[in-house]
Ligand binder design. Sequence first.
Ligand SMILES: *Cc1c(COP(=O)(O)O)cnc(C)c1O
Length: 366
Amino acid sequence: MRLTVTVDYAAITRNVDRLRACASGSALMAVVKADAYGHGLVPAARAAREGGAAWLGVAQPDEALALRAAGDTGRVLTWLYGPAVPARELVAADVDVSASSPEVLARIAEGAREAGRVARVHLCLDTGLSREGVRPEGLDALLDAAAAADDAVRVVGAWSHLAWADAPGHPTIDAQAEVFRAGLARIEARGIALEVRHLANSAATLTRPDLHFDLVRPGIAVYGLPPVEDPSGAAFGLEPAMRVTAALALVKDAPARAGVSYGHDYVTPRDTRLGLVSAGYADGIFRSAGNTAEVAVGGRRHRIAGRVCMDQVVLDLGPDATERAGDEVVLVGADGPSAREWADWLGTIAYEIVCRFGGLKEKRPA
Ligand SMILES: *Cc1c(COP(=O)(O)O)cnc(C)c1O
């Protein structure tokens, strides 16, 4: 056993329920891309449905098809692919698809004809993120392509994504919302009655009720990690779902001035006891965490002593340590550091921490 990733799926259910209360009046799409941010695609999706997620969102088509294969029958949207999109399979599986270009829209129409069904399409508008989506000057061509394929394609949605939603008050948020509203007006002027208009990620779901439209698309908050500070300090009532643990393989005495791990980046300041944790960078512990990140044993925090190795790291437990080989080491969890702390230590975001720890492992239910 190296790292163990435990996921409290009931927490995901409660988080979705709270986010729904926060966006009452709009439906909720739980974003479960990237193996549900490392939490396990199928069980996380099931938990989100239980919390009332009418929609699930994934980047990759294979993730959408995996949800169907697992028996999910609710609304699912996928948005990231090129002309090689498996359009026939997606339409046959009743998965909603996004279109960012006339070329992809034509491929979707072809796939829909092959499947003998009408594709449900969401037009993706690039309102200023410069990632997926059509820029305003290309929207007419995309609408023309949809009109030309109206035997095979029904435009049911229009959506966009924000660049700076995690910086509440940033001027690009309103600017993007304005471009989005102008795009919606142009789509509706073509006589298209949109079922769902959607813009808000977690940050906008939590801080911008005016941008909820018909559907909100939170990801990180579903897993209990708010991307913005709650002014009340209550983390919006969200509960982190992931716990990451390892075990002490060995505890031993070491004298003062002992160099620890490769390159001796840590030197014991006094006689002490060292603990060896049997997990390293091959298990997802960032190498940059050496001498930086902390873990907890029995509720006591210890900074990783020296460099992270491929399969192991060392802790300086202190001269009075009572820890023993076999004790649990908490890397992320309620009785140890949070994913947010790891992000701050390593100069990244909590998203990367949970994707990394969860990405390599089997997930166990709590
Ligand atoms: C990842 C993603 C989301 C969710 O973003 P969070 O910041 O995790 O809430 C929503 N929409 C799109 C298009 C995304 O790629």
